[in-house]
Design a protein around this ligand. Structure first.
Ligand code: MEV
Length: 452
């Protein structure tokens, strides 16, 4: 396929086989933007080696997509100070995290404990033999599974990880002939997806051979249908618990209108609403993931896996609820986030993306458990800031203040216009229309020879 031959709205056959240049030409021909190639080019890295590395992360890479890389300073976590890298586009998130970090640093900061780092994988299979026979001989299979994956687990075992257990789960009550091999893994400081999936695929082969060759089953039951072998992103035991705590008088000056007692009372109602109501819980938890995802991205971790796990965990008791809990006892306010987060500090992008590597250096090369503590502290910080704003002045004041520059950029505001707008909107409410009017007026004034 030649790029020139491509007509609009035509399937792009063999796209991945095209040269980079032709991939770009092809997509430019398809686009309404005739200068797409130049634009793509302008976002490429000036160092060809690095650009090549970015391109090799994924297929059909035609450019880079820039996101802000920010620092949320002054996080005190388990008595250690961190200035935390965050990758996020939402204007107010880093400011909110930093504000919260500063507030809580006065009261000892964040206390964080990893409860476990166990990961889970499953082989889903269909077999129509006698369940009791499978159960009876399962111990033999367990041994063969562990032995048969020694070549895969060898390095991981040296690093303190490996397969912790393999069990048989009878799911025949849900679907005819459906069973699982459910395995628990320790993956040391890696997120471990490749390791787990390799073990599981080997389990599938071993299972098939064992069922067909062992003398335990009738000839008619020698076939097993492997449906799939894959890790589960739901890792309810890979959990970190992080809290902040302060005497009630800490909140005396937190708001112009609410005193400490009123603030804590309203905060606890907001947390209770997030516990009761799934609509609010989703937004409450989204505020937590604002922080966690930003740390995950900055350190080259898979934020989709983390989100999938967190939301599943939030529904573990049958209805979706919040991930935080508030306790007020003896005039002490303790706010806790308990969340499973499977993070890695070796493997994957963590050692390939240059900025992920810098992030881990900034965090003093944490192991996976430390990174879980850091990410959960940022999640709790963001959630605390969000709920505090919501129950006091609302989030729009702060959010729109931070969003002001984005709005100004949509009007291609000059540096002078931005400076004037920032000054003006210190006193005024920011909205898209208010900014539009401000820019229009200042341009009219300037046109008429009056820049002020
Ligand atoms: C916005 O990104 C996050 C919040 O909506 C979270 C919350 O409502 O708790 C502010």
């Amino acid at each position: 396929m030649k790029a020139q031959e491509i007509k609009k709205y035509q399937f792009l056959e063999g796209y991945s086989k095209l040269s980079k240049e032709d991939q770009i030409k092809a997509i430019e021909a398809y686009s309404i933007n005739a200068r797409l190639a130049d634009e793509f080019d302008s976002f490429r890295h000036t160092d060809p080696e690095l650009q090549k590395r970015f391109e090799e992360f994924s297929e059909n890479t035609v450019s880079n997509f820039h996101f802000p890389y920010s620092i949320a300073p002054n996080f005190l976590i388990n008595n250690e100070l961190y200035h935390i890298p965050m990758v996020i586009e939402e204007s107010s998130v880093v400011a909110a995290a930093s504000k919260s970090a500063k507030f809580w640093a006065q009261f000892g900061g964040f206390q964080s404990t990893v409860l476990s780092t166990t990961k889970i994988g499953q082989v889903h299979f269909i077999w129509h033999g006698k369940t009791e026979l499978l159960q009876e001989h399962f111990a033999e299979l367990q041994e063969i599974l562990i032995e048969g994956t020694n070549h895969i687990t060898e390095n991981m075992r040296k690093r303190g990880g490996g397969i912790q257990s393999v069990s048989l789960v009878d799911m025949t009550g849900e679907m005819t002939g459906y069973y699982q091999l459910k395995a628990e893994f320790e993956t040391a400081d890696s997120m471990g997806a490749n390791f787990i999936n390799s073990c599981l695929e080997e389990f599938s082969t071993i299972l098939k051979v064992w069922i067909s060759n062992s003398g335990h089953f009738y000839n008619s039951d020698k076939n097993v249908e492997i449906i799939m072998a894959i890790l589960s992103n739901y890792t309810p035991d890979c959990v970190v618990e992080t809290n902040v705590s302060a005497p009630l008088k800490a909140f005396e000056n937190i708001d112009d209108e609410l005193n400490a007692h009123a603030f804590v009372d309203k905060f606890s109602k907001a947390v209770e609403i997030a516990r009761i109501d799934p609509h609010r819980a989703a937004t409450h938890n989204k505020g937590i993931f604002n922080g966690i995802d930003a740390v995950a991205l900055a350190t080259g971790n898979d934020f989709r896996a983390i989100e999938a796990c967190g939301h599943t965990y939030a529904s573990r008791n049958g209805s979706y609820t919040s991930l935080t809990k508030l306790e007020v006892q003896n005039d002490i306010f303790t706010y806790t986030l308990k969340i499973p987060i499977a993070l890695g500090t070796v493997g994957g992008l963590t050692n390939l993306h240059p900025l992920a590597m810098r992030s881990l250096e900034l965090l003093r090369q944490p192991n996976a458990e430390k990174l879980m503590q850091i990410a959960s502290a940022v999640g709790l910080a963001n959630n605390f800031s969000a709920v505090k704003s919501l129950i006091t002045k609302g989030i729009q004041v702060g959010h729109m203040k931070m969003h002001l520059l984005n709005i100004l950029n949509t009007f291609h505001a000059s540096s002078d216009e931005k400076a004037a707008a920032e000054k003006h909107f210190m006193q005024e409410k920011v909205s898209y229309n208010a900014v539009r009017k401000f820019i229009e007026n200042s341009r009219i004034k300037k046109y008429n020879g009056n820049p002020n």
